[in-house]
Design a protein around this ligand. Structure first.
Ligand SMILES: Cc1ncc(COP(=O)(O)O)c(C=O)c1O
Length: 444
């Protein structure tokens, strides 16, 4: 391995690497090493990984069991074409189907989340013979042509080409920003589902192949649906022969305190897309879990989709090791209880700081929504127009103090590794508290 200085790494990066989603001057952090819930820069400064990178490094860095499983697979073989069977892929598919429960039957592996949603889109259109798909504004499902058009947040704008038809958007059950107050979760669910049902009727009840939803919206500010919403959505989809695709790329694998987010509400999707926590980033992997009905359809229909590296052997070995670790260490149950502490810490920040309008959380999946005024709920930065880079500066203040995370629009996402201890969580919140005090004083 070449051993470069920080300056050399950054100079090469600046000259040769195109970074995703960023314009203007990019100031990447050069990372020297990482272990557990921390990583270090070249100056020896330590950072709490309070977002698990992109909400994927659920078990932290340097896990020995996962490293060893990858090395053992490497010694056997690193890669074979997706048409072949091998132990890790067979075992992982079985584990995933069992984890999903209900009527799920088979897995198709991809390399990540975007291509998992492409596969889901392809299947939904083929199985139903319909073209249109519905998804929500506050959503992210990937950045390839199909998955990017399913995404609702502004990252879709550059992909919305005239050729990509049939991608329709509907409103999220984003109760904090609703134009009305609801007496109960049931009332909120009924309102949003009523709007969606009207939209389905206007678009043609026999025209829509699928509804894509993140069971708990992730990157766009951790929007937890009101109770009854996903159950009602399931009924609506069934009524009109529409497939329900739950995108569990971010919410899956214990993030919410259950294997998959939708399991909090007892629904059974037709397709589940997954990635991230399946291998915790040790090797990239994604895929879809499909229902018995869809699996049966493909007994005598061609699945016109494939990727050279889908279900890569090293990734499947990492996946088996991650799922075993989740189970061995009871991580999902641990998240459910540690999530209560996270919730309390967030509520304290909301009471203490004028800039915190709302906090949303489930398990170790959370966001703080920043506002100029709690009364008017005016967002700290306007939607899709943070021209002055206010949020970037706030993330910079956090990073300077060793708290690494990200967020979209006026949200700070907090999604730490599932292995974080209560004490580490409390230590990290001291930094967050300090930065929110600065925001109160200087940004609102
Ligand atoms: C909910 C969700 N779906 C899909 C994706 C796309 O996954 P990938 O970046 O692995 O293509 C993401 C990525 O953040 C995501 O959060």
């Amino acid at each position: 391995m070449p051993s470069l200085t920080k300056e050399e790494v950054l100079a090469l990066d600046k000259q040769y690497n195109q970074h995703p989603w960023l314009t203007g001057t990019v100031e990447p952090l050069a990372i020297a090493r990482a272990e557990g819930i921390y990583f270090w820069d070249y100056d020896g400064k330590r950072y709490f990984d309070m977002s698990c990178q992109l909400t994927c490094s659920n078990i932290g860095f340097g896990n020995e069991a996962v490293n060893n499983a990858i090395k053992a697979q490497l010694d056997r073989f690193a890669y074979v074409a997706p048409a072949h069977a091998f132990e890790a892929k067979s075992v992982l598919a079985k584990k995933l189907v069992e984890l999903a429960g209900g009527g799920m039957a088979k897995v198709f592996f991809t390399c990540g989340g975007s291509d998992a949603n492409e596969a889901a889109l392809n299947m939904a259109r083929t199985v139903t013979g319909r073209a249109k798909v519905l998804s929500r504004y506050r959503s992210y499902h990937g950045s390839t042509l199909g998955s990017g058009n399913i995404s609702g947040d502004p990252r879709r704008f550059s992909l919305e080409q005239p050729a990509a038809n049939g991608f329709l958007k509907f409103f999220d059950p984003y109760v904090y920003r609703s134009d009305r107050a609801f007496e109960s979760d049931a009332a909120a669910s009924a309102y949003y589902l009523g709007l969606l049902e009207s939209q389905i009727q206007y678009e043609g009840t026999d025209q829509i192949a699928a509804v894509f939803v993140e069971s708990v919206t992730g990157a766009n500010g951790v929007i937890v649906p009101p109770d009854g919403y996903l159950q009602g959505l399931r009924e609506l989809c069934t009524r009109y022969g529409i497939l329900l695709v739950c995108d569990e790329v971010m919410a899956g694998f214990g993030r919410t305190g259950k294997a998959f987010g939708f399991q909090h509400w007892g629904v059974e999707p037709d397709i589940i897309s997954f990635a991230k926590g399946v291998t915790c980033g040790y090797v990239q992997l994604g895929g879809i879990i499909i229902s018995r009905q869809i699996a049966d359809f493909y007994k005598d229909h061609l699945f016109q989709f494939g990727l050279t590296y889908s279900g890569h052997a090293l990734a499947c070995a990492a996946g088996v090791a991650c799922l075993e670790l989740y189970e061995r260490e009871n991580l999902f149950e641990r998240v459910a209880s540690l999530g209560k502490v996270l919730g309390e810490l967030l509520e304290e920040q909301k009471v203490k700081h004028a800039c915190v309008g709302d906090v949303r959380y489930i398990g170790l999946f959370s966001a703080l929504e920043l506002v100029k005024s709690k009364e008017t709920k005016e967002p700290l930065v306007p939607y899709a127009k943070d021209a002055e880079g206010v949020m970037k500066r706030i993330f910079g203040l956090l990073r300077e103090r060793g708290f690494s995370t990200y967020g979209r629009e006026n949200n700070i996402n907090v999604t730490p590794p599932l292995t974080i201890t209560e004490q580490e969580l409390r230590e990290a919140f001291v930094i967050l508290d300090e930065v929110l005090t600065i925001v109160d004083k200087t940004f609102i």
